[in-house]
Design a protein around this ligand. Structure first.
Ligand SMILES: Cc1cc2nc3c(=O)[nH]c(=O)nc-3n(C[C@H](O)[C@H](O)[C@H](O)COP(=O)(O)OP(=O)(O)OC[C@H]3O[C@@H](n4cnc5c(N)ncnc54)[C@H](O)[C@@H]3O)c2cc1C
Length: 205
């Protein structure tokens, strides 16, 4: 690790919506910001989440519109989907947005570093494994914006190891205060939802 004298008002770890919004707001307020991203700028949302999902939804909507066009007196024939064209369009949109985001960060003078950020005591942050090289920064404030990863419910994990127990599906019904012993057919919709939420938990974004 090569120590540097780089000190910033704020060091942000993670370049997704949480991280880049923090960096942009901070820079607008006149702060000197460093933002570290180990993958592509934009995080889940731009690369694999919100934006790609909307493109695929648009593909599906267009497909339906064309297939139902005859109802509106438009003869467009039977629609079919060319996935490589659809995914190519998605990639183009994602690339444009990431390029735009990079330009915006640059114009606000945010120092964007490519690599894995790690927080140490004394508000020191090391960056390693990316094209920015192995460097060390310090910040008056450190913002952790690394996003989240899905995980399973620990209560359902096999204590013997990572091999997952095979669980009955659907899980055996237990009588609960909300639905008692009613059969699913007689459970009002709201109660069914209440029972599902009683048995499952979702945390994070
Ligand atoms: C299919 C799908 C569709 C979605 N649609 C929507 C939608 O329509 N509207 C909406 O509001 N939300 C949507 N979301 C949710 C949205 O994507 C997330 O809420 C958002 O991306 C969270 O932003 P974030 O910055 O917290 O985390 P992320 O976007 O996950 O960004 C975290 C970033 O930090 C980086 N990172 C992590 N650790 C380190 C480290 N140690 N060093 C350096 N970098 C690190 C990661 O590489 C990543 O780029 C969707 C999500 C999915 C999966």
């Amino acid at each position: 690790m090569v120590p540097t004298a780089d000190h910033f008002d704020v060091v942000v770890i993670g370049g997704g919506p949480g991280g880049y919004a923090t960096a942009l707001y901070g820079a607008s307020a006149g702060l000197n910001i460093a933002m570290i991203e180990k993958g592509r700028l934009g995080g889940t949302c731009l690369n694999v989440g919100c934006i790609p999902a909307k493109e695929l939804l648009e593909t599906a909507a267009t497909f339906l519109h064309v297939n139902e066009a005859s109802e509106y007196g438009i003869n467009a024939g039977e629609a079919s989907i060319d996935w490589s064209a659809s995914l190519g369009r998605k990639d183009k949109i994602v690339d444009q947005l990431i390029t735009g985001l990079g330009a915006l960060l640059k114009s606000r003078k945010v120092t964007v570093l490519d690599g894995h950020g790690r927080l140490h005591e004394g508000k020191r942050v090391t960056v390693s494994g990316g094209s920015s090289g192995d460097i060390e920064l310090t910040g008056d404030a450190i913002v952790l914006a690394p996003g989240s990863v899905p995980r399973t419910n620990p209560a359902r994990e096999d204590p013997a190891g990572p091999r997952r127990r095979s669980l009955p599906f659907p899980p055996a019904r237990r009588p609960g205060p909300t639905v008692g012993q009613e059969s699913p057919a007689t459970i009002p919709k709201t109660s069914a939802v209440a029972e599902v939420t009683r048995r499952r938990a979702c945390a994070g974004t």
